[in-house]
Design a protein around this ligand. Structure first.
Ligand code: AHR
Length: 525
């Protein structure tokens, strides 16, 4: 229940009471105030940087065209990887990158992607558009890319159509420094020193495209594969078991009961569809307010998922050793008209910025259990950070939210007690304001706020407990229309702007005039 915060301000009570009553009678909530207490005096868990992780699959033009153009391309590149994309991603401080899929991972045979490129065999990418995969972007290219953008690799093994031997040899190839067959093969392919691979997933969506397994069967498969995922040369692997499809709590229960002791992480996948209907998901750009509301309602289901899956994990792992790894999340719309539907290409509007802000708050506020999250996907696919077309590149509203929120990476979370009006549309309502706060290593406190209401600005009165702030500065993402987005010809329609709507008064009270449909990040010093 969200208390109408306006009722708690005695001075303005009469005026605001009228507004509050009005809001009960109209479909568009006109309530305009919220309050929060930022508890800098109650530091919580450290926010795992990996919550800001990403995912790049051999799907559509995510890898080919989006990241990899090849060394002979006229598009400026470093060893085949696009320089513009590398530079943009470096700005985000991407902590971790999941690869090669997704559904593709359970059809991927890594030995096809090593050695001289012209000799690598091709395959058909049966999941994603039936196109030819020439394997030019393989293990060496991926790990080189991770080094170029400064991110940790997170490699997904093929359980669905692979073998234990293949998986074991891949780990040996990448991480062993012995004079062993796979380590020597790596050396012969030009890489002397082993790589460090911190994160390994044992299969993907094994309940579906990864093999249509039952949880009992997959739990045993996980235990078997995991036995042969070895730690070589001081490399310590965090082993992530394939987790549930959204609401499937039985999957989590069965995995935790049967393999909880063997795993370090358990994944969870949840996509936000405007309609909730896979056959007609909804348009990324052509939508009315009803779709804005339903998209946000579906995305906020993540809160219930995190709570319910965490509660099951708490039963088996009260010490919270096993992380909940949300390694696929984001919006999924109908593909951009005229594109290959198997390429999952979609635009990215201000609505996606709001979705990103809300989900990052949820992950951050569950920092005690959520150890990683990977938005799907990095370039040109689903809720992408970056869109490319030949030599052109554009940054999406989602990119800008990740860039603004990077201040939370590795910071200490600070609890926020929030009283917010609802955003109401017809019979639907969601909390209008969402917030999260953290203190970074330099002692600066960052408060991020989302106003999901597209119609009404909201004044947020903030009590800062245990913090004397002398100054506040910030940036905001908003735009005139809900559907606004960036294109190659108009790349800066939605981008962060300096924010002047926050003030700290003499008594230390912070007031934020949060614009309608906005994401704001403040720094308090
Ligand atoms: O991200 C696109 C696809 O969605 C992934 O390949 C799969 O794991 C999920 O169903």
């Amino acid at each position: 229940m969200n208390t109408p915060a306006c009722l708690s301000h005695p001075v303005r009570r009469l005026t605001l009471l009228a507004l509050c009553l009005g809001s009960l009678l109209t479909s568009r909530a006109a309530e305009s105030s919220a309050s929060l207490t930022l508890h800098a005096d109650q530091p919580g868990a450290v926010i795992n940087r990996n919550i800001y992780g990403q995912f790049a699959e051999h799907l559509g033009t995510c890898i080919y065209g989006g990241i990899w153009v090849g060394e002979d391309s006229s598009i400026p590149n470093t060893r085949g990887m696009r320089n513009d994309v590398i530079a943009a991603l470096k700005q985000l401080q991407v902590p971790v990158l999941r690869w090669p899929g997704g559904c593709f991972a359970d059809e991927y045979h890594w030995k096809d992607g090593i050695g001289a490129r012209e000799k690598r065999p091709s395959m058909i990418n049966t999941h994603w558009g039936g196109v030819v995969e020439n394997n030019h972007f393989g293990t060496h290219e991926f790990l080189d890319f991770c080094e170029l953008i400064g991110t940790e690799p997170y490699v997904c093994l093929n359980v669905g159509s692979g073998t234990v031997q293949e998986a074991m040899e891949w780990v040996e190839y990448m991480t062993s420094d012995a004079s062993s067959p796979m380590a020597n093969l790596r050396r012969a392919n030009g890489r002397q020193a082993p790589w460090k691979i911190k994160y390994v997933a044992v299969g993907n969506e094994s309940w579906g495209c990864g093999g249509n397994m039952r949880p009992e069967y997959y739990a045993d498969e996980f235990r078997r594969y995991n036995t042969f995922v070895k730690n070589y040369a001081g490399n310590r692997i965090t082993r992530v078991a394939g987790g549930s499809n959204g609401d499937d709590l039985n999957w989590t229960e069965t995995l935790m009961a049967n393999a909880g002791k063997q795993m370090d992480g358990l994944s969870l996948h949840w996509y936000t569809l405007p309609t909730g209907n896979w056959k007609k998901k909804g348009s990324a750009t052509e939508f009315a307010e009803a779709a804005w509301m339903s998209t946000l309602r579906h995305t906020l289901h993540m809160e219930e998922l995190l709570t319910k899956h965490s509660a099951i994990m708490d039963k088996y792992d009260p010490e919270k050793r096993v992380g909940l790894v949300v390694d696929e999340w984001g919006t999924w719309y109908d593909a951009t008209p005229g594109t290959n539907p198997g390429f999952l290409q979609q635009q990215n509007t201000l609505l996606d910025a709001i979705v990103a802000g809300l989900n990052l708050h949820l992950f951050q506020n569950h920092a005690d259990r959520v150890s990683m999250a990977n938005i799907a996907q990095m370039v040109n696919v689903l809720q992408a950070m970056i869109l490319t077309d030949k030599d052109k590149m554009v940054l999406t509203p989602t990119y800008h939210v990740f860039e603004m929120y990077k201040v939370h990476q590795g910071a200490t979370s600070l609890p926020v007690a929030l009283s917010t009006p609802d955003y109401v549309l017809g019979a639907d309502k969601i909390p209008a304001v969402s917030a999260a706060a953290s203190r970074d290593a330099a002692g600066k406190v960052h408060l991020s706020l989302v106003n999901a209401n597209p119609n009404s600005a909201i004044t947020v009165s903030c009590t800062l407990a245990g913090l004397t702030a002398k100054s506040v500065s910030g940036r905001v993402i908003t735009s005139a229309a809900m559907q606004d987005h960036n294109t190659f010809s108009a790349p800066e329609v939605v981008k962060p702007q300096p924010f002047n709507g926050a003030k700290v008064d003499a008594s230390g009270q912070l007031t934020v005039a949060l614009p309608a449909k906005s994401v704001v990040v403040l720094t308090l010093e």
